[in-house]
Design a protein. Sequence first.
Length: 310
Amino acid sequence: MKKRVVVALGHRALGTTLPEQKVAVKNTAKSIADLIEEGYQVVITHSNAPQVGMIHTAMNEFGKTHDDYTAAPMSVCSAMSQGYIGYDLQNGIREELLNRGIYRTVSTVLTQVIVDPYDEAFYTPTKVLGRYMTAEEANEERKKGNYVVEEPGKGFRRVVSAPNPVKIVELDAVKALLDADQVVIACGGGGIPVLEQDNHLKGASAVIEKDLTAGKLAEGVNADELIILTSVEQVCINLGQPNEEKLGEISLQQAKTYMEEGHFGIYNMYPKFRAAVEFIEKADGRSALITSFDKMREGLKGKAGTVIKG
């Protein structure tokens, strides 16, 4: 049996602008191809913050200047970002595999993720996105029922909720492709947020924390390991203090203790640890690796990164 891994790509693996993404994906494809060459079954998920912000801004500006068009909902912008990023990723990985003589289908699955309409996050939006607006434009957004936050000296920006992922709608499709030994790209940007209304799925005005969805995806496909790529090689506790300590291999219980002690909230590491812990504690023999993009291979050999084991 091949070892099955879910790889959550961060911003560095994708770039921000269209030209940056083209270049970044070539390097990312090499790393993914290395895993496949070493015998791993790979599912890829990815961030989308710069891309979905760009799409949201572009679609809304288009709607403002064309009377027959409306602004694009967040769920639609999320879907567009999955297609746009997945297109570059799957072609980059396919090309790299073929260059190595490996014939493997690479597929992007447009993936919806159900969220709870009563999630507390809907009452306290936290995710800022899109362009800066004037006070007048901000008032118009508020009239639509949207949340807006002011950044002193810069202007106003839209802020949306970040509810927890509840269920991945297309999980069976992802598993079928993976069982056929294909490379799968799914749940991009945390998934397209939707609300379940009987048989109807309604897009939600939100973005989902991608790391939490990555953990749920890893659980759903029964992965052996969850790999979360970020901007640092190793996670630290007591960050910025004299007793700062880098974490190598730690136990599940140690990870829980560090979370309870509040070590990670200040630099956005908490969702990564939460995703890892929830994934590992669901079954025996699982592990998680948190490291930087360029240290992934070393991390899988225990030579870099922070490894959490059950």
